[in-house]
Design a protein. Structure first.
Length: 261
């Protein structure tokens, strides 16, 4: 299955990017190509990848509300920049809600600027440091995010993310703490994060379940409580909705039918 190998975020990218990683579709120790599994993800990411045919792509991956399963393929380089909450809209020029469950060529959003950046990245010859330097220069040249709005988005994300595994605080209470209306909070989430708050929480719970199961093993009742579900049946139902299979089936490798990527 696909794995992410984290890299250090260069200092110049830290205001805009929360994580950098190299994606690998195959397990080098496996004797055959492994499935490419994309789990639900509330982040918006910028991807630069090269193909075995020598082509390069700059892609924007919006929030993903359900898992997808693909036949593994040969991708020599796939570098992911996870954008911080609140910066995607000014950087990309569209509300993030327009990117939800979509993969979009950056050229559709940036035009000729994307073509120039892609050419520079291809000339970097796979040098991660040089690629990140070019990406930093390109992102820094985009309109700066509104600081107050960005702070509000990040505070809202942190409040909702902090509810995972804990007693839940009602959304109206979170809005009051942030000194905004509940309606404004929902609108802000849709535009800046691309998801309604409730769906964001569901994705966070499933991701927490996956991380806990990988770290501690599939003790489902304990995992359900730790990830913030009411009980194990609640976890199983929500996991099946977002992942397409039950937790047991997923961790036994019984995945849905693979699709061409």
């Amino acid at each position: 299955m696909s794995i992410e190998v984290p890299m250090a975020v260069p200092a110049g990218l830290r205001p805009l990017v929360k994580a950098v990683s190299v994606l690998r579709a195959d397990d080098p120790a496996a004797g055959e190509r492994q499935p490419l599994v994309h789990v639900p993800d509330a982040d918006t990411s910028l991807i630069f990848r090269t193909t075995s045919a020598g082509h390069g792509d700059l892609l924007v991956i919006g929030p993903r509300t359900r898992a997808s399963y693909y036949v593994g393929k040969d991708i020599p380089l796939c570098l992911r920049l996870r954008l911080r909450p609140g910066v995607a809209r000014p950087l990309l020029g569209v509300p993030v809600s327009e990117l939800t469950d979509r993969v979009v060529c950056l050229g559709e959003l940036w035009g000729a600027a994307s073509d120039r950046l892609e050419a520079a990245l291809m000339q970097a010859g796979g040098d991660h440091g040089l690629i990140l330097d070019h990406l930093e220069a390109a992102l820094s040249a985009r309109p700066s995010p509104d600081r107050a709005r960005g702070d509000l988005v990040r505070a809202a994300v942190q409040a909702l993310r902090g509810r995972t595994g804990r007693r839940r605080e009602p959304l109206p209470a979170i809005a009051r703490h942030l000194a905004v209306s509940e309606r404004h909070l929902r609108t802000l989430f849709a535009e800046a994060v691309g998801l309604p708050p409730k769906r964001f929480e569901r994705i966070e719970r499933v991701r927490a379940t996956l991380a806990l199961a990988h770290a501690n093993g599939p003790r489902w009742a304990d995992l359900a409580a730790a990830a913030g579900y009411y009980d194990q049946s609640h976890m199983t139902a929500e996991f099946r909705t977002l992942m397409g299979v039950t937790p047991g089936a997923f961790f036994e490798g019984r995945l849905p039918a693979l699709q061409p990527c």
